[in-house]
Write a protein that binds this ligand. Structure first.
Ligand code: ADP
Ligand code: ADP
Length: 226
């Protein structure tokens, strides 16, 4: 499902953010990615929906070798990979409903299907009652739940999250992680970058540790299959 083989990433300017990184995440796994700031977590996540390209190595996502993926096919790949950010990146001049609808509008989903699918996504994060609200009127945890609804509205088989609880207190963090676990239980493959080691240990899923762009630990397949 997610396969990295000797992947390196060098940014223009010279810094090598990832160094010959190899790992595999199977379909249906939930995996944390941990490591200090600057270790390469965001870079690793960005390579999966091709927000960045590797300098060397092979990446295969859902059977698609990204080195052989033409630019024309990237939008198709991105619809299959939901992405959640620490700062959620909601559009502040649009309602909750329109934020969540956006990936469907961009994908050209027929108008008559959009309402049903937006409401299904909002229902999964318990925010149906907020669809006409603007993001600034929501709490931090609610804003992150809108970000999650937007990421899942295209029903992607893979969810990626970059420090999704970085701005939230421990109780809200657990709640957000509970949502990821619920998507994982219905078969979604989940990869979450987080530096919250206490939370990761409590949840007991597999984790990969990055240090200076290299894999320093892989806890193994603990937690697979519930
Ligand atoms: P993390 O998410 O673990 O904090 P990042 O992937 O953001 O790590 O960063 C890894 C390294 O790559 C850092 O040294 C960072 O400064 C560098 N880096 C990240 N993005 C860029 C970029 N766009 N241009 C140049 N260097 C970058
Ligand atoms: P920015 O330019 O704000 O730093 P990025 O380069 O990280 O943003 O991403 C470019 C755009 O692609 C963003 O608007 C982001 O919302 C969108 N995007 C990122 N990942 C995905 C994804 N998996 N599916 C669809 N859109 C995505």
């Amino acid at each position: 499902m997610i396969f990295f083989d000797s992947v390196s990433k060098q940014y223009p300017g010279g810094h090598e953010a990832l160094r010959s990184l190899s790992f595999q995440v199977d379909r249906g796994e939930m995996v944390f990615l941990t490591g200090h700031s600057g270790a390469g977590k965001s870079t690793l996540l960005k390579l999966i929906p091709v927000l960045e390209r590797p300098s060397r190595g092979q990446i295969v996502i859902n059977g698609i070798n990204l080195n052989r993926l033409s630019s024309r096919r990237i939008p198709y790949l991105r619809r299959r990979v939901g992405m959640i950010f620490q700062d959620h990146r909601l559009l502040h001049d649009r309602t909750v409903y329109h934020n969540v609808a956006l990936p469907l509008v961009i994908a050209g989903v027929p108008h008559r299907d959009i309402g049903r699918r937006v409401r299904a996504a909002l229902d999964k994060v318990s925010l149906l009652h907020r669809e006409t609200a603007y993001p600034v009127t929501l709490s931090g945890g609610e804003q992150q739940r809108v970000g999650i609804a937007r990421a899942v509205v295209t029903r992607p088989p893979i969810l990626l999250a970059d420090e999704p609880t970085g701005n939230l207190d421990p109780e809200l963090s657990e709640e957000i992680m509970g949502l990821f676990e619920a998507f994982n239980r219905v078969g979604v493959t989940v990869l979450i970058a987080s530096h919250d080691l206490d939370l990761i240990r409590r949840l007991g899923h597999r984790y990969l540790s990055l240090g200076d762009g290299q894999l320093t630990a892989d806890s193994g397949r603990a937690g697979r299959g519930g």
